[in-house]
Design a protein around this ligand. Structure first.
Ligand code: HEM
Length: 152
């Protein structure tokens, strides 16, 4: 993990994967504990609320070319990783994902270890998933696809 600070492009790539294909696109269900008003709408007590994390992560006001996979959007002109409060794949607020730190650490170790040891190739004539289509339930996952993992 101490190498992470020296691997900004790897971190940027993982951020872009989380942005393009958020694992929990609608976050967790919440409910209003009392009646409230938001943007002129009255929301009665007990209303189930789902925050559309996917929409925030694909809003062109938040991210230029939101449907393009561009890891470099996360790097500033000095090559340092940019932080954004619009980057909310783990949700926000008091019920933010409890495993956020662990998940970020695991993703970095998993991804960098795989890339250190393998080159990934799509078999000829087949298309890799585009990051947007998949099985969209509580958890978003890509459709099945084939990939060759060639040992380096
Ligand atoms: C890429 C990996 C992960 C993503 C994108 C993710 C995302 C999320 C999201 C969006 C929520 C809903 C927050 C809300 O209700 O507003 C959540 C909740 C939660 N996550 Fe994760 N999560 C990940 C991995 C993990 C891991 C590894 C753990 C535990 C080791 C974990 C534990 C939890 C728990 C306990 C909650 C419920 C928090 C609460 O309601 O107070 N998550 N996660």
């Amino acid at each position: 993990m101490e190498d992470k600070a020296r691997m900004p492009f790897t971190e940027a790539t993982i951020l872009e994967v989380f942005r393009m294909s958020p694992v929990v696109p609608m976050g967790g269900p919440h409910a209003t504990s009392e009646s409230t008003t938001l943007a002129g709408y009255t929301i009665p007590k007990g209303t189930i609320i789902l925050g559309d994390l996917y929409r925030v992560l694909h809003d062109k006001n938040n991210f230029e070319d939101p449907y393009k996979f561009k890891p470099e959007r996360w790097l500033d002109c000095d090559g340092k990783v940019i932080k954004s409060d619009k980057m909310i794949p783990f949700s926000i607020g008091p019920r933010v994902c409890l495993g956020k730190g662990l998940a970020e650490m695991e993703s970095f170790i998993f991804f960098s270890t795989l890339l250190q040891n393998f080159t990934f190739k799509v078999p000829e004539g087949e298309n890799p998933p585009n990051g947007m289509e998949g099985l969209n339930a509580i958890i978003f996952s890509p459709h099945d696809y084939n990939v060759w993992a060639v040992r380096r």
